[in-house]
Design a protein around this ligand. Structure first.
Ligand SMILES: [Fe+2]
Length: 450
């Protein structure tokens, strides 16, 4: 294992997981257990058979997520800081390393579904064992050791939250392959026609804007350095694009009109034979979609989700707009509260946009408000995922966390219904290749200055 410096991928320890009234030790220990427990709770309705399937190379089996997040704490904390620590099963280091070349060799990502051993219960035992070693380490740690361990532990907690989201989107893809359409979480309520508020655009003047992490709390290294960016005048939609609006694009033959598509997107649509977002199927001329609560009629008032960058861009062209840049998004969201439909609501699905009946004539400012900037669906931006000016990935294994992926991907902002509320930030940069659709990805339109 190469050198791991505590300040590699983190800036400052997060204080937001638990109340500030607790001691640092209590806060770390409770925050750690709370996040580990939440991962387990996500698996409560899954059977072992569900937890071993890999439905495509991008998807990891649930069992792998359970073990890989555990490997992270073992590799980057216990092996370095717990005196005399010896891995019970050293081969796990090979099986559960994801992509950290500096931490050693690893098993092939696309073959994770072929690994029947360790079993799911052995993976759970691995989790329990590492958790108790972390407890031992923390309970005997003095302030100086805590100074070293805290940034790595906090990074490990954020890493686990990222994998909680992947666990949810991966199990959705797994269950979607099953013609029985298994239910991950029961949800009541019918889909009924609702009158939604029309989309509005808010104008923003040209401005030199401070972009990126301001150093106040945890951030990934890719959110810095903070720098100034000129953001020309633009306007941004008050809410995400809905399923109903997206159906209008489909019905206008959006998927078969090359004029709306990037060349690579057009190639992909034809090769993949896409004619709707992922998980949509047409039955008796009505659209249905597979959700984590089973197969349901498409609700026209919900933000459209599971669309690729190519589809988001084509829709925007069809609608006479464009996708925002990540700088426009960050500038616009600066005053938006970080609240919304996150994983904590346990809906595991985007919630409806505001209905016409939610607006009152006495409060005209409602029409000038940005809704659902955080939660529900990740919003594709037209910004390539590239380093901010002055960015340098740190040396060592944890320097591999973000920097080496800055090629051929696009930035998404705002988090989704599968993201933790304590994980997302204004400056958070998610990134995926433009053809990926299995995350909760959606569309918010922007326009150039009128
Ligand atoms: Fe990971």
């Amino acid at each position: 294992m190469s050198t791991l410096s505590a300040d590699t991928a983190t800036r400052k320890a997060d204080r937001s997981f638990l109340p500030a009234s607790q001691s640092r030790l209590e806060r770390l220990r409770d925050g750690f257990h709370q996040i580990r427990k939440f991962t387990s709770s996500l698996c409560a309705t899954l059977e072992p058979e569900d937890c071993v399937v890999q439905s495509m190379p991008d998807v990891s089996p649930t069992k792998w997520h359970l073990a890989h997040t555990t490997w992270f704490f073992e590799t980057f904390i216990l092996k370095k800081f717990l005196p005399g620590y010896r891995a019970e099963i050293p081969e796990y280091a090979y099986l559960f390393n994801s992509y950290y070349n500096a931490a050693g060799d690893m098993h092939r990502r696309d073959l994770r579904g072929l690994i029947s051993r360790p079993t799911v219960s052995e993976a759970q035992r691995y989790r329990a064992s590492i958790d108790s070693h972390i407890d031992d380490l923390l309970s005997n740690a003095g302030e100086r050791l805590l100074d070293d361990v805290e940034p790595l532990l906090v990074l490990g907690m954020h890493h686990e939250q990222q994998h909680q989201e992947l666990l949810i989107t991966d199990i959705k893809h797994v269950l979607a392959q099953n013609p029985l359409y298994p239910v991950f979480r029961q949800r009541n309520g019918d889909v009924s026609a609702k009158k939604i508020a029309p989309i509005q655009f808010i104008d923003f003047e040209e401005k030199v804007t401070e972009i990126g992490d301001d150093g106040d709390g945890f951030a990934y290294d890719n959110e810095g350095p903070r720098h100034r960016a000129l953001v020309p005048a633009f306007s941004l939609a008050t809410r995400p694009v809905t399923n109903g609006e997206y159906i209008a694009f489909i019905e206008d033959n959006g998927y078969s009109r090359p004029e709306f598509w990037l060349s690579l997107g057009w190639m992909t649509v034809n090769e993949q034979r896409w004619n709707a977002p992922l998980y949509w199927i047409k039955r008796d001329s009505a659209w249905w979609n597979f959700t984590l609560s089973g197969l349901r009629p498409v609700d026209q008032s919900e933000p459209v989700t599971h669309v690729s960058y190519f589809e988001a861009d084509a829709y925007a062209n069809w609608a006479g707009g464009r996708l925002p840049t990540e700088f426009e998004w960050e500038r616009a969201a600066m005053n938006s509260p970080i609240e919304g439909n996150f994983v904590e609501t346990e809906l595991f699905h985007p919630a409806s946009v505001a209905l016409a009946s939610d607006f009152s004539a006495e409060r005209p400012q409602q029409h000038r408000t940005l809704f659902q900037m955080f939660g529900d669906v990740w919003e594709w931006t037209r910004s390539a995922y590239s380093p901010y000016p002055g960015y340098r990935a740190a040396p060592g294994a944890l320097g591999e966390y973000n920097g080496k992926f800055m090629c051929n991907q696009y930035v998404l902002r705002g988090g989704s219904c599968a993201t933790s509320r304590t994980h997302i930030r204004l400056t958070y940069r998610n990134f995926f290749q433009p053809e990926k659709r299995w995350q909760f990805t959606g569309i918010r339109l922007a326009r150039d200055e009128a």
